[in-house]
Write a protein that binds this ligand. Sequence first.
Ligand code: SF4
Ligand code: SF4
Length: 282
Amino acid sequence: MIYSFFLGFQPIPLLLPVLSSLGAQSKIVGEAFAALQQMLFETTFPWLPLATFLLSAVILGRSLCGWVCPFGFIQDLLAYIKRRHKEVSADSHRSLIKIKYFILGVILFVSATLSAALVAKVGEPYKNALGPFAQTPFNVLSPSDTLFAVVPKMIFNLRFAIYEQNFQEIMLGIAAFPPLLWIRIFILGAVLILAAYIPRSWCKYFCPNGALMALLSRFSFLGLKREITKCTRAECRICIEACPMKVRITELGWEKFSDSECIYCLKCVDECPTKAIKLKFP
Ligand code: SF4
Ligand code: SF4
């Protein structure tokens, strides 16, 4: 986890292409996707977040999704606790992975058009019409923000009532939540339940940050290779079944593959009985 609250570190001025939270007080690094939206809102070219995305994706593929993202970690934890998972058919999977690109497209469209309108000095009505979605459209409903910033703040605000077990005050506090907060809590709950049944379902199907990384990491230096002499793919699908991102490993090249969905969790490497899969760089 990358929170200074747990580790006792001071925040550092570093952006990473992972979901943490725009609102958490005690984080060490910033969220590049939130910074990208914020800079567009401030009519500044988002060179720093874009460079962060590009460099990470080209050098490391989506490995930060596999090893650094706190929201990815939460999903892994839930899938580990739940153990028995639901299978998504190959056809449904192929359709569902398009959702995250659609979400990414909508967010970039809103941020970029608002930015252009503000630069042209005709953006105020558009900005007012967007309301809370004007500044950082994704983070207004992001389940990661809800989990790491909004829920802790909610609990903090109700701390005295919780400590005193004053249920009436707790219920009054909860009843006063604005509609947007209820929507946030509903989305977070749905995402977490889904992640327990379908490992990394948020990452595979909905995360716009993951979608941007997937688009950019197609030709990353980091990849995997499958040794032709060791892989007995005709009889065995163990690596595919182990993969939380449903990468069709045995249908990809031998020498190197850097699939856009691969988060380099290395579960396929661990599970392969003949140790045929290895990391490859570059
Ligand atoms: S896809 Fe999104 S939520 Fe999943 S690990 Fe990557 S940044 Fe985090
Ligand atoms: S199991 Fe292998 S192919 Fe699947 S995401 Fe992890 S490293 Fe990538």
